[in-house]
Design a binder for this molecule. Structure first.
Ligand SMILES: [Zn+2]
Length: 258
């Protein structure tokens, strides 16, 4: 496997979230690739930094509240590495990224799509399981020290699974995971980052502008406001994603600035 194929798995690998077969595959690549070893080391430093910030800055009362709510799931059972549909999807992702090179979406968005696909391949994609948006907001606030908007999409039949902090180029991104039926939807928020639209399609919905790209069988709708960039990634249809984006945008506009 080459670097492009291995890369989406390096974060789950560093976090100890892959099954035995996947670990063996990543290990054998790392033995021969200094670049990917550096990626793993970088992700471990990033995690350590987050942990240190948490120890140093969390208010005891908030920490206790979050600790009480933590239901960190048991470590995953062995996932068949690259089996069936997973192999096809990852291959499609890699081929898709290459085929799209001349009119590529922003690198940051392609990276988020790769993460969405990789995280959906592990048994439990969330780092912190929460069905209550307020609990998840506290968890993010403690770790990222920014307010993360957690929309309630249950009226649309989309339920919250939990969250994760993902490393996007050394920058922590809040990653919310939802599910409609068996279809996953990721909502990313990258503080302080503005995504360039690249060659994405421009859409207008309820008076707001969004960008859209199709990649690896997934659809990504993204936009930036003055503090952060957002991306919704799923195989759900465009109308559903725009509706969810609109709801997130409206909620965010209504929230006091943190
Ligand atoms: Zn490599």
């Amino acid at each position: 496997m080459d670097c492009a194929e291995i890369r989406p798995y390096l974060e789950p690998y560093a976090d100890g979230e892959l099954g035995v077969d996947a670990v063996v595959a990543v290990d054998s690549h790392l033995a021969e690739c200094a670049g990917c070893r550096e990626q793993v080391a970088r992700h471990r430093r990033f995690r350590e930094l987050l942990r240190r910030q948490l120890r140093e800055t969390a208010a005891p009362e908030l920490r206790a509240r979050v600790a009480g709510a933590v239901r960190r799931e048991a470590r995953r059972r062995v996932t068949p590495w690259m089996a069936g549909a997973a192999a096809a999807a990852l291959l499609a992702l890699v081929v898709g990224l290459r085929a799209l090179a001349p009119s590529s979406p922003p690198a940051a968005v392609a990276e988020l799509v790769a993460k969405h696909v990789a995280f959906s391949r592990i048994d439990s994609p969330v780092e912190f399981a929460a069905t209550d948006g307020a609990v998840l907001r506290d968890w993010f606030r403690e770790r990222l020290r920014v307010g993360v908007t957690v929309p309630d999409y249950t009226p649309a039949g989309i339920r919250l699974l939990g969250g994760r902090i993902a490393d996007t180029d050394g920058r922590p991104a809040a990653y919310l995971l939802y599910e409609k039926g068996r279809t996953l939807m990721s909502v990313f928020m990258v503080p302080g980052e503005v995504f360039a639209p690249g060659r994405a399609r421009t859409l207008s919905y309820h008076g707001a502008t969004y960008y859209e790209v199709d990649l690896a069988g997934q659809r990504a709708v993204f936009w930036s406001d003055r503090d952060a960039s957002f991306g919704l990634i799923s195989a759900l249809d465009e109308d559903a994603l725009l509706e969810c984006a609109d709801r997130l945008r409206a909620l965010r506009a209504a929230e006091p600035r943190a």
